[in-house]
Every structure is written in C-alpha cells, then in structure tokens.
Design a protein around this ligand. Structure first.
Ligand code: KG4
Ligand code: ZN
Length: 343
C-alpha cells in the first residue's frame, strides 16, 4: 500500500509515491525559468503551469515507482500556506482522485512537512522516525524563515519567524541589486566561495535580541545604500565576489546564532534545517561547525529535499494516516494563509 502526494504551493509542480516511509518516486517540475524574466513568481502563471504539468508529473511518479493505482492507500496534497491558485490545482486534483479511488485524502501543512524532511535520508530516501529526537528546526526558503520546537513527531511549537523579508528573499533581492538573475541565492553561494566574507561589514539584524524572530529587510536596504554610494563595486569581479561573501556571511551569522540559541533555550540536543536556503554551502558548513562545537546533533535535509517537493508531503501524510485512518476530508478547502501554530 502506498501514498500518492502532490505539492503545488508555489512554483514547483511535484508528485511523489511513498511506501513505509520510503520515497519510491519524487518528480519535481520547476517553473523557475518561467518566472525568471519577471524577477519573481507570478501567481497566475504558476497556477496555469501547475494545470499543464500536474498530470504528466503524476504519471511519471507512478511509472517510476512501479505502484499501481489500486495499491494507493491514500492521496495527499499541500493545503497551505501558498499561492491560492497554485494550491487549488494540487488540492482539488488530489481530492478528485481520492474520491474516485475511494481512498482517504490528507491535506498537509507545507511547513509541517519541511519539519520532518531532515529525517528522510539515504538512497533510496527513507524516513527514519525511529531515530527521532526532540529538536529545534530552522525552515529557510524564499518565502519563509521559521524557528520551530518539534517536541515529538506531529507535535510542534512555533518559536519565531521573520517580521519582513525571508532569508531567501534577501538573497534574491540583494542578488538583483548586484545584477544577478532570479533566483540569485545559488549564484551568490557560488560567487561567495571565492570572496572575502570580512571585506564589507553589513548588519546582522536582531542577532542579539532574545526573541526567536528575524528581520532581513534592513540588511537588504543597507546593501542598496552601500551600492548607491559605491556602484563600481558590483561591476568588478573581485569586489562582486567579496560583496556576495559578506552579505551571505551576515545572513548565515544570524541564522546559525539564533538557531543554536533557540536549541539551548528549548533544552534540546538536536537541530534540523530545511527549505531552499538550506542548500547554501556556507549555511550547511557553519551549522555543522557550530553544532559540533556545542555538542548538538545536526540533521540537514538533503539538497533535493530542501526545495519544495511532494516527497516530504507524502512522508508526513503517511505518518498522519497511520495515526488517523480517516484522513482529513474531501470537503476541506485550501488555506493560503495557514499558520503553522494551527496545523
Ligand atoms: O524552498 P524554495 O525552493 O522555495 C520557496 O521559497 O518556497 O526556496 C527557494 C529559495 C530562493 O530564495 C533561492 O534563492 C534560495 O532558496 N536558495 C539559496 C540557495 N539555493 C536556493 N539561497 C542561498 N544559497 C543557495 N545555495
Ligand atoms: Zn517550502
């Protein structure tokens, strides 16, 4: 028996097949090129593209998994948060499928799924919940920056979130100021590898505040003013690399410092991280160094599971269906602004 899962909350159309915590197939069709010329995700285009891609993506996930439709035990989809039109395509298609197959439907909170993605490891990817331990989880993407205390499986408490821009948004907006293409995070990461992180001193917003919230818009603004006064620096290859390394270092300093402080305050011995920005090589390295120094176990989502994918949706749905056989209901609607506290 298997779970067929869909993810369409933003600009990735994804379908996955999960059995016994193992991801048998996880097909992701990214729309990033489509949105690149607009410098960000265009909601209407995203929804139309999901409509176009959902059936072929689901078909290839089923083909790759070798699972027959009669073996599907439950159908799952992201219910929120996300773009309304985009969510609607995945959720309503999944519910229609569940109705026809006479199987339970499970609506999943996108960030709750991110919380458990670091526990999915190995090749083939397998959820290892038998090794679960209470942790503080950092979710960093283009749309969100969250710190969450995960007390046990399916039990979490939001500690803090960003007051303005998300960390990924900061990478993307600063990258745009530097003349890099959207999304700029991966390119900044690459350029920063040969740059000097101490070349320029940018602010580390809220790093010393006792709460678990973040703010990245001030950092972006400070880069904007800096470039207004020194426009030539973004044009020259060496100083561009130094700028990327310095901004990246400011973002990573804040993320690492606040995550480890939250772990200490919550009294946990484990830190996890997921979301697109967790692909960042410096963030991965610095979290590893800091956690080793502080005797904290660290689980980073594998890069392919950091960005949005239906595999993580299916893994969480399977966990939920094991606890509550009836699913969450065919009548439920999308929740574009669904708060993690209410999941
Ligand atoms: O999770 P994700 O695929 O989509 C959502 O935002 O939901 O994350 C995309 C974000 C973008 O802002 C992108 O620039 C950032 O993750 N990102 C990175 C890296 N790879 C992706 N940021 C910094 N370094 C990277 N290597
Ligand atoms: Zn996400």
């Amino acid at each position: 028996m298997a779970v067929l899962a869909f993810e369409t909350s933003c600009d990735e159309t994804s379908a996955a097949v999960i059995r016994g915590g193992r991801i048998l197939a996880n097909v992701v069709s990214s729309q990033v090129k489509l949105h690149a010329e607009y410098g960000g995700v265009v909601p209407e285009l995203a929804a139309r593209e999901h409509l176009r891609n959902l059936v072929p993506v689901a078909q290839s996930a089923l083909d790759q998994s070798g699972v027959q439709s009669r073996e599907i035990e439950a159908v799952a989809a992201t219910r929120g948060p996300g773009l309304p039109g985009a969510l609607m395509v995945g959720l309503k298609s999944a519910q229609a499928l569940a109705f026809v197959l006479r199987r339970p439907f499970v609506g999943v909170h996108h960030h709750e799924a991110h919380l458990y993605s670091p526990w999915i490891q190995g090749r083939p990817s397998q959820a290892r919940f038998e090794t679960f331990q209470p942790n503080v989880s950092l979710i960093v993407s283009g749309g969100h920056t969250l710190l969450v205390h995960v007390e046990s499986t399916l039990k979490h408490r939001l500690l803090g979130s960003t007051m303005d821009d998300a960390a990924g948004e900061c990478f993307d907006k600063v990258g745009k100021l530097l003349g890099l293409a959207y999304p700029a995070g991966p390119e900044m990461d690459r350029l920063a590898r040969e740059g000097n992180p101490s070349a320029f001193d940018f602010p580390r917003p809220m790093i010393n505040e006792r709460n678990h919230d973040f703010s990245f818009s001030g950092l972006k603004t400070s880069v904007r003013y800096f470039l207004r006064d020194h426009p030539e620096l973004a044009q020259e290859a060496k100083s561009l690399r130094d700028l990327c390394a310095s901004v990246q270092c400011a973002i990573v300093d804040v993320l690492v410092s606040k995550t480890v402080r939250a772990a200490r305050q919550c009294g946990v011995h484990c830190v996890t991280a997921s979301g697109g920005v967790t692909c960042n090589s410096q963030l991965r390295q610095r979290l590893a160094d800091r956690c080793a120094r502080d005797h904290l176990e660290l689980l980073l989502a594998e890069p392919s599971l950091c960005t949005d994918n239906a595999g993580m949706i299916g893994v969480l749905a399977e966990l939920k269906i094991q606890r509550d056989r009836s699913g969450t209901g065919l009548e439920e609607d999308i929740l574009p602004g669904w708060k993690l506290e209410n999941a």
